[in-house]
Design a protein around this ligand. Structure first.
Ligand SMILES: Cc1cc2nc3c(=O)[nH]c(=O)nc-3n(C[C@H](O)[C@H](O)[C@H](O)COP(=O)(O)O)c2cc1C
Length: 458
C-alpha cells in the first residue's frame, strides 16, 4: 500500500492588523494589534512549529487600498492591510527561535531592483539554514505605482515580462555568480575566496543592467523556493517556467483543477515535470472540541466580519449599495462614468449589482471551507487532498492565535493519526527538501539551473 498523500500546511499571514478576514481584529482577545511587536511573531512561529507546520507565508502590499469609493479612508479606518510593516524583517526573529518551520515571503518585481533583493534573500537563506521561499508578485495596487514615481500601474502583461527578466537576473546572481567551492577560508594561504571561482554576471537586458558579482556567498538553497499565485495566461507562463509552489483557489466548481492542469501543462512546455509544482489552496478551517464550540466560533466570526472591508480589499470600483440591486454591473459603471473599467475587462459586467455584492460577500467562504469537530475537519481536508488534487493548504486566520492554536491542538493530532502530517520534522532539512524530497537546490531541469558554473551568462 502506498503512503497517504501528505498535507503541506502553510500559515497565511501578513505583517499587518487585518490581512484577509476583515473586521476580525475587533474580537475581544484578538492579538492582531500586536503585529508590530517582535514577541507576537516569536510566539506565533513557536506555536506553528510545535504543530509541524511546513511554513509561514507572509503576504505584502506596497500601497493603500483606495479604489473602492476612491479613498483610502475605509482601509485606514478598518485596518485593511494598513498599517503594515515590512515582511522580510520578521524572518530572522522567527528563525532564531525555531529550527524547522519554513518562511515564504512576498516581494514585488515591479518596483525595487533585483540586485539588492538578491542579497537580502541570500542573507535570509543563510540566517535560516535554507528555510526561505519567495512569493513572486508583480503588485496590483494603483497606489503602489504612485508610491514609486509612476502615474499609473504598469500594464498587467508588461509587469510579468519585467518579472521574467527580474528572475533571470536573480538566477544569474544566485546560481551562476559563485561556484560552490569558491569560499576557501584558507587561513594559512590567506585566501578567503578564490577569485577564479567568482564571476560577474554582466546582465544587460531590456529592463535591468547588472554587473555583479553577487555579494553573498552561496547559501544552502541558493535560490529560495519560488512561490506564486496566478490564473492569467501571462502569469501561468511565468509559473510554468519558475514556480515551485502555487497558491490557487476560486469558487467555481472545477476552477482549481483547471488552474492546476494549466500550470502543469506550462511546466511541461518548460522542460519540467508536471508535478514539479505543488498547489496550495486558501483554506478556512474552523474547528471546535464539540458542535457548540464550532457554532460559537462561526457565529462570532460572522458577527465581526466587515462586508465593506471585502469591497475595499477586492478594489470594487463602484459602490454596490448606491445602485439598484437589479441593474447590471455594466449599467452601474456606465452611470458612474467608469467606461475605462468596462474597457479594461476583469470585472464581471453582465451580472447584477446584487449578484456581485453577494459573490463578494461570499468570496472567501470558498469551496475550501470546513467547520466542525476534528474528525469532520480531517475528513474534509483528506477529500481536498485526494479528490480535488491539491497538495496543501494556506490556513486563513480569523483570530490570533486562536486559529493557529486550534489547528495545532485539534486538527494536527487527527491528521497525524491518518498519516497526513508527519510526526516530526527531519533534522537539517531545507524548505525545498521538505516540499520536494530532492536536494536543497533547484533541480537541474529548472530554468534557473542553466546558469550554474557560469554557463549561459553571456
Ligand atoms: C493566496 C494568494 C496570496 C497572494 N498574496 C499576494 C501578496 O502578498 N501581494 C501581492 O501583491 N499579491 C498577492 N496575491 C495576488 C497575486 O500576486 C496575483 O496578483 C493574483 O493572483 C492575480 O494574478 P494573475 O493576474 O496572474 O491571475 C496573492 C494571491 C493569492 C491567491
Amino acid at each position: 500500500m502506498t503512503d497517504p498523500k501528505r498535507l503541506i500546511v502553510n500559515l497565511f499571514e501578513m505583517n499587518t492588523v487585518g490581512h484577509i478576514t476583515h473586521g476580525m481584529w475587533r474580537q475581544p482577545g484578538n492579538q492582531r494589534e500586536h503585529y508590530k511587536d517582535i514577541g507576537f511573531w516569536i510566539e506565533l512561529a513557536q506555536l506553528v512549529e510545535s504543530g509541524g507546520f511546513d511554513s509561514i507565508f507572509i503576504a505584502d502590499v506596497l500601497g493603500a487600498y483606495d479604489v473602492y469609493k476612491g479613498t483610502a479612508d475605509i482601509a485606514l479606518r478598518e485596518g485593511i492591510q494598513i498599517p503594515n510593516n515590512d515582511p522580510l524583517l520578521l524572518i530572522p526573529a522567527m528563525a532564531a527561535v525555531t529550527k524547522h518551520v519554513g518562511f515564504g515571503v512576498t516581494f514585488s518585481t515591479s518596483y525595487e531592483p533585483p540586485f539588492t533583493f538578491a542579497r537580502r534573500m541570500s542573507t535570509l537563506d543563510h540566517l535560516t539554514d535554507g528555510r526561505v521561499g519567495w512569493n513572486v508578485v508583480t503588485s496590483y495596487l494603483p497606489n503602489a505605482a504612485r508610491n514609486f514615481g509612476l502615474e499609473e500601474q504598469i500594464p498587467h502583461d508588461t509587469r510579468y515580462e519585467i518579472a521574467n527578466e527580474y528572475l533571470d537576473v536573480l538566477y544569474k546572481l544566485w546560481e551562476g555568480s559563485w561556484d560552490d567551492d569558491a569560499v576557501l577560508i584558507d587561513r594559512e594561504g590567506s585566501v578567503y575566496t578564490d577569485p577564479a571561482r567568482v564571476r560577474p554576471i554582466n546582465h544587460a537586458g531590456q529592463h535591468f543592467k547588472v554587473a555583479g558579482p553577487h555579494l553573498s556567498e552561496p547559501s544552502l538553497q541558493r535560490t529560495p523556493v519560488i512561490f506564486q499565485a496566478t490564473a492569467s495566461p501571462a502569469g501561468i507562463d511565468l509559473a510554468g517556467r519558475h514556480a515551485e509552489v502555487i497558491f490557487t483557489g476560486g469558487r467555481a466548481p472545477g476552477a482549481v483543477a483547471k488552474n492546476i492542469s494549466a500550470i502543469r501543462d506550462a511546466n511541461e512546455r518548460n522542460g519540467r515535470r508536471r508535478d514539479d509544482t505543488k498547489f496550495l489552496v486558501q483554506a478556512a478551517v474552523i474547528v471546535g472540541r464539540n458542535d457548540a464550540e464550532v457554532t460559537e466560533k462561526l457565529d462570532r466570526y460572522r458577527r465581526f466580519t466587515s462586508i465593506e472591508g471585502k469591497f475595499v480589499h477586492m478594489s470594487i470600483p463602484f459602490e454596490p449599495a448606491a445602485h439598484p440591486q437589479d441593474i447590471s454591473v455594466r449599467e452601474a459603471l456606465t452611470r458612474e462614468g467608469k467606461q475605462d473599467v468596462i474597457d479594461a475587462g476583469g470585472m464581471p459586467l453582465d451580472i447584477t449589482v446584487g449578484q456581485l455584492a453577494k459573490s463578494v460577500n461570499e468570496s472567501w467562504d470558498q469551496q475550501f471551507f470546513v467547520a466542525g469537530t476534528p474528525t469532520v475537519v480531517a475528513d474534509e481536508i483528506e477529500r481536498w487532498l485526494d479528490a480535488e488534487g491539491i497538495d496543501g493548504i494556506n490556513l486563513r486566520q480569523y483570530h490570533s492565535f486562536e486559529t493557529a492554536r486550534d489547528f495545532v491542538e485539534l486538527v494536527v493530532p487527527e491528521l497525524r493519526k491518518r498519516g497526513r502530517v508527519r510526526d516530526a520534522y527531519a533534522d537539517g532539512e531545507t524548505l525545498r527538501e521538505r516540499l520536494f524530497g530532492e536536494g536543497p537546490r533547484l533541480p537541474e531541469r529548472h530554468y534557473g539551473a542553466r546558469y550554474r558554473g557560469g554557463k549561459n551568462l553571456d
